[in-house]
Design a protein around this ligand. Structure first.
Ligand code: AMP
Length: 510
């Protein structure tokens, strides 16, 4: 039977690559493609024996490890639905996800085993099947139960439209939504990126991202496996480890914070990066300043790309060709894009509008939320990303803002990114976010929260405003600048603007 199962792209049935190294861990252990296949097969047999079949959810909240990757592959192999959860989620948060997704099996961290066994079932009927545990070193009941099983070697036949994974994503309001990502979505993404970024079996990816997010799993790990390349699999990002391993790598995928942290280390030099072929960046805006500083320090122009949980990658700068700071490049081939107003009508060329998309990478909808799904698609099938962009005449995309981040102050539109990039260029500023908070006169008032460089105690809010005033119209200037040692960020390094809006909601009332 013809199958569109992503598993078959990542670990094809001819086994010709079984002896090739797929990943190396921090402890120096090497996992070949055959090792991944066998371990995934054992887990698949255990899950199958536990009653997991096509369409069943397997929820996973574990630290990154080779076994965790095998668990993902096993779930694909069975045609079941992989549901990774951020390791930072609390018990209360997890309860929501489990009761919403009703997984057949939940795999948690052993330290949480007590919590897992007890309160989860009492929170409703979430785990009807089995609860298993997996520690970063492979310990726990999952591997203990499958170690001696014969690997399952069938691959479930699935259609391109069958769901491979559910990734929860939180909007600015309301409950997190489970984005249903299909085998077809992921197959298209992995094939396209491998080609566009020229990933080959000679590549070695320094993998420092978490694997509960689309970036670390569907972009980074999938691409490596599809290309039969290999990865240095860091349990988590650490400047020291990245510096130590860069000379052995050819490829690095990061988020802007990882690049600013690397830049803060004097050991980052061209010599350190001599084996490197490509640095990519996404998940949050990369400032032109970080781009320029990175090029100065390493000789590499970071390739910025843009995507979201619901779509995986949408645009990318070119591997061969211009990588233009402040833009996210061109839409992936096969994607239809349009820039539209709130009613879905195309805006004039070059104008700012909402980006809407249709194509093979667009998710199937939100799990058990038909109204939310309907609200985010146009009747002709275009998905409303919620990002405000402008398109250059040659199709290059620049992100101006999240629609929800747009500030309307005294009737004027202020696009936070524009202000943030000016503030980011001021000496002593490591990062800056600009938010709109209630203002008695203007409706919303512009304020900035600035993260200072570690050695910059003298940074002054009034001085920052004075400097920004040289480049920005008055209505765009922050009226208040709060200076902090650090900004609240999520696991992908994305600043949590909601948190800052809530924290500062009374700033103009005082
Ligand atoms: P998430 O679903 O958590 O990955 O968040 C997706 C959102 O992150 C997008 O809708 C964008 O607003 C933002 N994003 C991702 N990549 C970039 C980028 N390269 N530049 C600017 N914003 C980005």
């Amino acid at each position: 039977m013809m199958t569109e199962n992503l598993y078959s792209l990542l670990l094809p049935s001819d086994r010709s690559d079984d002896t090739r190294a797929a990943l190396q861990t921090e402890t120096g252990a090497t996992w070949s493609y055959g090792d991944l296949r066998r371990t995934a097969g054992r887990i698949a047999r255990l899950l199958h024996d536990s009653g997991v079949g096509p369409g069943d959810r397997v929820a996973v909240q574990v630290e990154k490890s080779p076994e965790a990757l095998c668990l993902y592959l096993a779930v694909l192999q069975l045609g079941a639905v992989y549901l990774p959860l951020n390791t930072a989620y609390t018990l209360t948060e997890r309860r929501y996800f489990l009761s919403d997704a009703e997984p057949a099996v939940f795999v948690g961290m052993p330290r949480a085993a007590g919590e897992v066994e007890a309160p989860v079932p009492s929170a409703g009927p979430p785990v009807t099947g089995r609860v298993l545990t997996l520690a970063p070193d492979g310990d726990g009941s999952l591997m203990a139960a499958c170690r001696n099983l014969a690997p399952w070697d069938a691959v479930a036949g699935v259609a391109a439209d069958d769901v491979a994974a559910i990734l929860y994503t939180s909007g600015t309001t309301g409950r997190p939504k489970g984005a249903m990502i299909t085998h077809g979505n992921l197959g298209y993404t992995v094939r396209t990126l491998t080609r566009l970024w020229g990933v080959t079996e000679g590549d070695v990816l320094l993998h420092g991202l978490p694997v509960f997010h689309a970036h670390g799993l569907f972009i980074a790990a999938n691409t490596v496996l599809f290309a039969r390349a290999s990865m240095l699999f860091l349990p988590k990002f650490s400047v020291d480890r990245v510096i130590a391993l860069l000379p052995r790598a050819t490829l690095f995928m990061g988020v802007p914070t990882l690049y600013t942290r690397l830049l803060a280390d004097p050991r980052l030099t061209p010599a350190l990066c001599r084996s490197m072929r490509l640095f990519t960046c996404g998940s949050a805006p990369l400032s032109a300043e970080t781009f320029a500083r990175f090029e100065e320090r390493t000789g590499h122009r970071i390739l910025e790309r843009y995507g979201m949980t619901e779509t995986a990658i949408i645009t990318t700068n070119a591997l061969d060709g211009d990588r233009v700071p402040g833009t996210v490049g061109y839409p992936l081939p096969g994607l239809e894009v349009r820039v539209a107003d709130e009613a879905g009508r195309p805006v004039a060329p070059g104008e700012v509008g909402g980006l809407e998309l249709r194509g093979p990478n667009i998710f199937k909808g939100y799990w058990r939320m038909p109204e939310k799904t309907a609200a985010e698609f146009r009747p002709d099938g275009f998905f409303i990303t919620g990002d405000l962009v402008s398109l250059a005449p040659d199709g290059r995309v620049s992100i101006v803002s999240r629609a929800k981040d747009l500030i309307i102050s005294g009737g004027y539109n202020v696009y936070p990114r524009e202000v943030e990039s000016v503030l980011g260029g001021i000496a002593g500023v490591r990062d800056a976010v600009v938010i709109g908070v209630p203002h008695p006169d203007f409706g919303e008032g512009v304020m900035a929260v600035v993260e200072r460089q570690p050695d910059c105690d003298a940074l002054d809010g009034a001085e920052i405003i004075a400097q920004a005033a040289r480049e920005l119209a008055g209505y765009k200037l922050p009226k208040i600048v709060v200076i902090q040692d650090s900004l609240p960020r999520n696991a992908m390094g994305k600043v949590q603007k909601n948190e800052l809006r809530e924290q500062h909601k009374d700033a103009f009332k005082r």
